[in-house]
Design a protein around this ligand. Sequence first.
Ligand code: NAP
Length: 299
Amino acid sequence: MPYSDAGHAPVTVIGLGLMGQALAGAFLADGHPTTVWNRSTAKAERLVARGATLAASARDAVAASPLVVVCVTDYQAARELLDPLGDVLAGRVLVNLTTGTSKQAHETAEWAALQGATYLDGVILAFPQTIGTAGAVLLYGGARPAFDTHESTLRSLGAGTAHLGVDHGLPALYDMAMLSVMWNVLNGFLHGAALLGTARVNAATLASFMRQGIGAMTEWVSAYADQIDAGRYPAVDSTLDTHLAGMEHLIQESESLGINVELPRFVKTLTDRAVAEGRGGDSYAAMIEQFRKPTTVRP
Ligand code: NAP
């Protein structure tokens, strides 16, 4: 049955944790008739006060709207919730915004197809506070026509709403890539803060100092991305040999100040391998070859 998303289309949100409440709140703010359900009913109270309809069961919540958004702790919870619902999902568009791996996304897509549902897997690259704003990025994978039909409703969740293609697993892969970037940047900051802390320089000072450095680094990243995509790593700025010498200094400094050295040692281990493979004269981008391999030696 064709479904028009013109106007304020109805939507169901299942899972009202910190993120689910933000999602339902953004739909309500945009005028969408919003049905909600959560295992613990109390979490629906504020949304109901804002005009949401609390369904009596998960099954009733699914039955209430052609577009069903699920956002719970993990895929296991999502399946525990959805598995017993039987045929009520048939003919609906199920959007799963629960965080997981691309394998879990593919498995859930297969399961949803067996239920007769059209499945979109999505990821949220945002905190609950930014949902519904220009800063919120939400990425979707799965059938394009289903995304097109519901795009204006899904856009209520953030201006950075995009469909990446038919691969249900691709959004999760983007999510994992961004998590990797985030934790590595944060760990570098924390290690740096521990270093400077030994000289009583506070973390706020490093944070403001970092702003400029991070800005410059995003420019290097673009240049290195071009090298990675081309498969050639000319050292126009600094060779891996030079980086390696700096890593040794970082380890020595950390050791002598009595702070944790696992992070710089791990980075040096990878760089040692790249240099041993003849990459010492290349740029840092050559390290991609270390990350592309499966782990053989645990750091
Ligand atoms: P949360 O506040 O801990 O909420 C978890 C939700 O999952 C609650 O509604 C909980 O229900 C429900 N749940 C867990 N197990 C369940 C089960 N077996 N059956 C039914 N419901 C179950 O977590 P959140 O921050 O909302 O995160 C939800 C998802 O969004 C996660 O996958 C998370 O990675 C993703 N996400 C979160 C953020 C963020 O900043 N918070 C950002 C991006 C993505 P009860 O209330 O009954 O326990």
